[in-house]
Ligand binder design. Structure first.
Ligand SMILES: Nc1nc2c(ncn2[C@@H]2O[C@H](COP(=O)(O)OP(=O)(O)OP(=O)(O)O)[C@@H](O)[C@H]2O)c(=O)[nH]1
Ligand SMILES: [Mg+2]
Length: 403
């Protein structure tokens, strides 16, 4: 009798313990941005110089889990040779980060041989699965083709491959098995230019400072290509307010009336976290946009999709512009510090360091050609995020009430 009571008591204790432990387990993380507590910033983070500890790590074995990611066609071979040659010269011959190339068709032997000869770093060539690339069968081709004719005067407005590319960059590249081992990537394109020596490791910087998205140029997108995009974003925000990061960068994307101001980070250059795109919140966001068919019924670009993704799901201090290059507008100049920066160009815009960074980086560009000097740059909107005199960024959908 006594023994039986002991058994019941023991069983009860085990069940109670199990109940307590399972209740204490934290809910599954929905958003990476919640992992670390937000920092209070009084000015843009790039005004704090990149710490010296991220410089000259080429002489150590310390590396981030990162890859250089390139989408290209065989016919981009010469443009790619040019980009990789400069990239190696200015940065990667010192750091040896691996390359991963992607194409929806097999790369030619010539492409593979000539690119591989430019670096001692590992190079992989991946084939994109058709379901990640081509226009899905559920897209109404008549409607899509009418949209292409309507947009024929916009850049790539009548192109299906360009649309495939935008959708792939928005929602698929980071799912590749070849990128599974990596946490960060640096995107480069054919025919881009790197003007200055890069002696710090931006990946270690991203990792060490808990950054999620790095950019060099920010500008407004072409309005005619983004029809229906903002309503889809607003709908997502309204349906999923809990998925948004608490100290996000939405404010940067609003005009005075609360509409999308078309600003986006120019995605031909990105140094970013792959886990940001792999997060359930971003995947849900992409699926929501994709379900609208706007990549094909309009010509939604990957740059606004990534920009809004980074704005919604990363804290604003996790969007970094470590590669500060310029003397910008007067307003921005007041707050600016210069770093050892990346001089970068993708036609028709470029950044070029001014002041001491220009000499330190032994840059070869013309500082007078700096994009951020012009009124077309969205950088001021980024800086305003850290202006404490402005209304702080809210995570609620109240922001969009005016829509
Ligand atoms: N494999 C593959 N890559 C593509 C295709 N279209 C574009 N790309 C790549 O996708 C990236 C973006 O394409 P770009 O043509 O440079 O687009 P963009 O930067 O908006 O326009 P540009 O001003 O022409 O540079 C580049 O790395 C291209 O090589 C395609 O059909 N297939
Ligand atoms: Mg390009």
């Amino acid at each position: 009798m006594l023994r039986r009571r002991h058994i019941y008591l023991g069983l009860f204790a085990v069940l109670a313990l199990y109940y307590l432990v399972s209740r204490r387990r934290p809910p599954p993380a929905q958003n990476l941005a919640h992992v670390t507590p937000p920092k209070i910033w009084h000015e843009p983070p790039y005004n704090t110089p990149i710490p010296e500890k991220y410089y000259h790590t080429q002489n150590t074995t310390e590396r981030a889990s990162a890859a250089i990611v390139i989408l290209a066609r065989n016919r981009d071979r010469l443009g790619m040779i040019s980009s990789v040659t400069q990239f190696e010269e200015k940065f990667n011959k010192k750091f040896g980060y691996p390359y991963v190339f992607f194409n929806e068709e097999p790369f030619s032997d010539e492409f593979k041989r000539e690119i591989s000869a430019l670096t001692t770093a590992p190079v992989q060539f991946g084939l994109i699965p058709p379901e990640h690339w081509y226009q899905p069968a559920w897209i109404d081709e008549d409607k899509a083709s009418r949209a292409r004719s309507k947009l024929k005067n916009a850049p790539y407005g009548d192109s299906v491959p360009y649309r495939n590319m935008c959708r792939y960059q928005s929602g698929f590249f980071f799912r590749s098995e070849l990128l599974k081992p990596f946490k960060y990537y640096w995107r480069i394109e054919p025919d881009v230019r790197f003007f200055c020596d890069i002696d710090f490791d931006p990946f270690l910087f991203m990792q060490g400072e808990d950054k999620k998205y790095g950019f060099t140029i920010s500008l407004p997108d072409i309005k005619s290509t983004l029809k229906g995009f903002w309503p889809a974003v607003v709908e997502f925000i309204q349906e999923n307010p809990a998925l948004l990061s608490p100290d996000n960068a939405l404010e940067m994307l609003k005009d005075r009336k609360g509409y999308y101001n078309m600003c986006h980070f120019w995605s031909n250059f990105e140094i970013a976290s792959l886990d940001l795109w792999r997060s359930p919140a971003y995947l849900k966001f992409f699926e929501h946009l994709d379900s609208k068919g706007g990549f094909y019924y309009h010509r939604w670009g990957d740059a606004p999709v990534h920009s809004i993704g980074a704005a919604l799901f990363a804290r604003k201090d996790q969007i970094v512009r470590p590669l500060r290059l310029c003397k910008c507008t007067r307003f921005i100049n007041l707050r600016q510090h210069f770093f050892n920066e990346i001089g970068y160009a993708h036609m028709p815009f470029e950044h070029c360091p001014t002041g001491p960074s220009y000499e330190r980086g032994r840059c070869t560009c013309d500082p007078a050609k700096n994009f951020d000097r012009g009124g077309f740059s969205c950088l001021r909107k980024y800086d305003e995020l850290f202006d404490l005199n402005r209304t702080s960024t809210s995570t609620t959908v109240a922001l969009w009430n005016g829509y």
